[in-house]
Structure formats: C-alpha cells, structure tokens
Design a protein around this ligand. Structure first.
Ligand code: BEZ
Length: 218
C-alpha cells in the first residue's frame, strides 16, 4: 500500500491576529497562553533536546532571560520531546556548563502547539520543530515571527532588539529603521494626504530626506 504523501502545506499563524491559544505541559507545570496576558512573550521552538546547536541556543536564551524579564517579556521554549527529556537536558546543561535554564519549556509530544504555530516543516524534518520564534504582545496578538533552519543557531541579540523595536513602536507610534538600536533615531509615520506631505516639506525639517522619509529622536 502506498504511504500517504508528506503534507507540503504548513499552516502558519498570521501577524496582527490573536496568537493561537494553547494549554501545554511544561517544565514549570501546566501553562496556557492566557497565563502570559499582560506581558510580552517570546515563544521559541528547538528541534530536539540533547543536540549541540540547541544546547548553545539554550545557553544563549538563558543569557537574555534577565534582560527580557526587565522588559516585561517572558521566555517559553518548546520541542516535541517529553517533559522528562527536558528536565534531564536542562539539568545536564547546568551540570556541564554552569548555565541554569530558568524559563519553562513546553513538552509538545502531541504536537498541538507546534501544529497551531506551523513549527514543523516537513521538508526539513517530519519529526522535529524548526527553529521558530514568535513574539506575542501583552494583549495576546502575534507581532513577529522568525523561522530558522535546523542547522543554524539563532542570534538572541536580534530577538532582544526585535522586542525593543516592538515596544518602542507601540509606545511612540513610530517605526524603526534597519539595524536600529535603542537610542537611535526612529522613523516618523508618513503623511497620509498630499496636504500633509506638502506641509512637511514646507517645514524644511533637516530630518526629512524627502516627504515620505523623516526621522526623529525620541
Ligand atoms: C542541533 O541542535 O545540533 C541540531 C538539531 C537538529 C538538526 C541539526 C542540528
């Protein structure tokens, strides 16, 4: 009998919509997405416990955990492994490296969360989650997604920068340019009418490259 073809269509969540709800088994007990309302959340998946790239990533995520918490942002890991594997692995990381993993990790054995968030890319692996990052805002809205392949460890500094950008965007109704860092100039919202565009140029602001592109300090 023919085996069914591997599904090639992965359903992805969409930016600007409520993040898919979940009730998950984690290393910190049962957790729901709603437990994080009121805080930012970085939900990330890794392919498998006891693998080298993932171990370097867990150490790097532990390194930004305090900085994220100071920004009212929680961290939540996930893989399609058992909670016992997670417990053994985080204990092993601490024993071998001295790095303590204090964020919870979802044991998504039934793939409920991985499926809802489109974390499994069958072309890469039918049994593991790819390296995905989801930034969810305090109202539970999905604000950013990053997908990395199995073989490339993520840059956790970029994840912090992404959350800093989203928080700045929300606080000041601006946008942030390429390679922006806190303290850099931000992008003022573009004019929406010809009249506003003309007014902006009449101001002769030195911070405007042209009518559609003005920067400012916060
Ligand atoms: C790793 O973490 O080393 C790894 C996991 C899955 C595929 C390739 C590398």
């Amino acid at each position: 009998m023919d085996t069914p073809a591997t599904p090639s269509c992965v359903r992805l969540p969409r930016l600007g919509e409520p993040a898919p709800d979940f009730a998950a088994v984690t290393t910190h007990g049962a957790l729901h997405l709603s437990d994080f309302l009121g805080a930012w959340l970085v939900l990330f998946s890794h392919p498998a416990d006891f693998t080298p790239v993932c171990t370097t990533e867990f150490m790097a995520f532990a390194g930004i955990h305090g900085q994220l918490r100071a920004m009212n942002c929680e961290l939540l890991g996930l893989s399609i492994d058992s909670v016992f594997a997670h417990i053994a692995w985080v204990r092993n990381i601490e024993e071998k490296t001295g790095v303590r993993i204090e964020f919870p990790v979802i044991a998504d054995l039934d793939r409920a969360v991985a499926t809802a968030y489109g974390m499994v890319m069958p072309g890469e692996s039918a049994t593991e989650a790819s390296r995905c990052v989801f930034v969810i805002d305090p109202k539970g809205v999905l604000r950013a997604m990053i997908y990395y392949p199995l073989t490339t460890g993520r840059n956790t500094g970029e994840i912090v920068r992404l959350v800093q950008s989203l928080q700045t965007v929300d606080a000041h109704q601006v946008a942030t340019p390429a390679n922006w860092r806190p303290g850099d100039k931000v992008i003022a919202p573009p004019p929406r009418t010809q009249e506003d565009a003309a007014a902006r140029m009449a101001d002769g602001s030195p911070e405007c490259l042209d009518w559609y592109f003005c920067t400012k300090d916060l």
